[in-house]
Design a protein around this ligand. Structure first.
Ligand code: NAG
Length: 192
């Protein structure tokens, strides 16, 4: 059993393995801002509600969302391009012959982004095509915790305060946990 799987099992053990309920799903409210607020009311992890709403609303690709699956797809699409940009930045920094400790951080972060980036596409198809919301919650939670955590740990232990990497990591958490919450809500609506 690998470490990621162990950590994931630990997370699910600690938190009970169920999407944290916060409010009954109401199908009448489907304006984009109420959908965004819903996605940002994350029952797990550390996402500030106001920051999350402000961030998601700052993307005009996200604003026209008409339903929860549509919103998830839009957030994950923005997330993928955001992480692609962060990863390119990391790659460019690696070519600039950085000092060894920084190079170590960059390598860890590149590996982290290589691991987490496929999750965006996988989760889009799980949510919009397969309607396998439960698997999506697992995938998104692990992306927003230990996949990006590999980079966060390296940054923290070497005290590298690179703003692009730091904001990129925070963004992975925000995009990952808000879509995790959407998948939770959809799972509840599906299964009752
Ligand atoms: C990723 O998104 C976050 C949140 O919107 C933003 O602060 C950050 O600058 C973005 N990173 C890149 C590389 O575009």
């Amino acid at each position: 059993m690998n470490l990621n799987l162990l950590l994931l099992l630990l997370i699910f053990f600690l938190f009970g393995g169920e999407c944290t309920p916060y409010a009954p799903a109401s199908s009448s409210s489907s304006s984009s801002s109420s959908l965004i607020k819903k996605a940002c009311t994350v029952g797990r992890g550390s996402v500030d509600l106001n920051l999350c709403v402000r961030t998601l609303e700052s993307y005009r690709e996200i604003l026209p969302a008409k339903s929860l699956p549509d919103l998830a797809k839009r957030i994950l699409t923005v997330g993928l391009s955001n992480s692609t940009a962060t990863r390119s930045y990391i790659e460019r920094a690696m070519t600039k012959n950085p000092p060894k400790p920084l190079m170590h951080v960059l390598k860890e972060c590149k590996a982290a982004y290589d691991t987490l980036m496929p999750t965006y596409r996988i989760a889009i198809s799980e949510i919009t095509e397969d309607k396998d919301y439960e698997t999506a919650t697992y995938d998104l939670l692990i992306m927003a915790s230990d996949y990006v955590g590999q980079c966060e740990k390296a940054v923290a232990s070497n005290k590298v305060g690179d703003p692009v990497i730091l904001s990129g990591n925070k963004a992975v958490e925000l995009f990952g946990l808000s879509t995790y919450q959407i998948a939770c809500d959809l799972q509840k609506q599906q299964g009752g």
